[in-house]
Design a protein around this ligand. Structure first.
Ligand code: ADP
Ligand code: MG
Ligand code: MG
Length: 207
């Protein structure tokens, strides 16, 4: 992944979030406070502005700028969580381009940052339930001899499966946890936006 692909990735997330903002907000209205689409759109619109004309010579610098902007513009849980993930991922990537292995390490660092900040475990019905299987599938594809495109596509598919698997879960973290068992039967909004992030990655690195 070079800096052009990294910019395409992040701008692709911004477009996807704009396109699906209403769906994200509807999902959050069922088990949260109906602002996830608004939060994500505010954050990634600010990211687009921050990237315009900025001097960002490495993939890492682009991701750190993305994360810092999300942390400073998004209220609510997801902004700081995604922001920390992008910052932690970016800190792993110092060169002008990143190999698939380096990107894997960066994605893992991002996942660890989310878990450190939010203390969610798998099956707590959060973004972790899409993010964690996504990273695992990315790694498995690489270990199986796949390239970056294969890995990113596998990650997208696994994240989508993880997203759907949140439907029967009872939320144990975030606002949805206030509902207890009444959170069952609804897809987690953050897991849904995580799929958009993996999808945009797959599209940005397609051969
Ligand atoms: P808020 O809940 O503060 O309104 P958002 O609606 O933007 O923030 O984001 C909600 C999403 O954030 C949830 O759907 C869930 O995926 C994610 N989330 C909330 N708390 C945590 C946590 N502790 N760890 C991981 N993800 C979390
Ligand atoms: Mg919300
Ligand atoms: Mg909120």
């Amino acid at each position: 992944m070079d800096t052009d692909a990294a910019l395409t990735w992040v701008r692709g997330i911004a477009s996807a979030v704009r396109r699906d903002a209403d769906q994200l907000t509807q999902l959050d209205s069922a088990i949260g406070d109906a602002d996830h689409g608004v939060n994500m759109q505010r954050g990634f619109t600010a990211v687009e502005t921050a990237l315009d004309g900025a001097d960002l010579p490495t993939v890492g610098a682009i991701l750190v700028k993305t994360g810092t902007t999300l942390v400073s513009t998004v209220g609510g849980a997801a902004g700081p969580l995604y922001g920390s993930a992008f910052r932690a991922a970016g800190k792993q990537l110092a060169g002008p381009a990143a190999t698939a292995e380096q990107l894997l390490a960066a994605l893992r660092a991002g996942l660890e940052a989310v878990q450190k900040l939010g203390a969610a475990q798998p099956a707590d019905k959060t973004m972790i339930d899409a993010y964690s299987p996504g990273v695992d599938a990315f790694e498995k594809a690489l270990r199986g001899g796949g390239d970056l495109t294969d890995a990113a596509r596998a990650a997208w598919t696994a994240a989508e499966e993880g997203m759907r698997a949140t439907i029967p879960m009872i939320a144990r973290k975030g606002r949805a946890s206030y509902l207890g068992p009444r959170s069952q039967g609804h897809q987690d909004p953050g897991a849904t936006s995580t799929v958009l992030i993996f999808r945009a990655l797959a599209e940005a690195v397609t051969r």
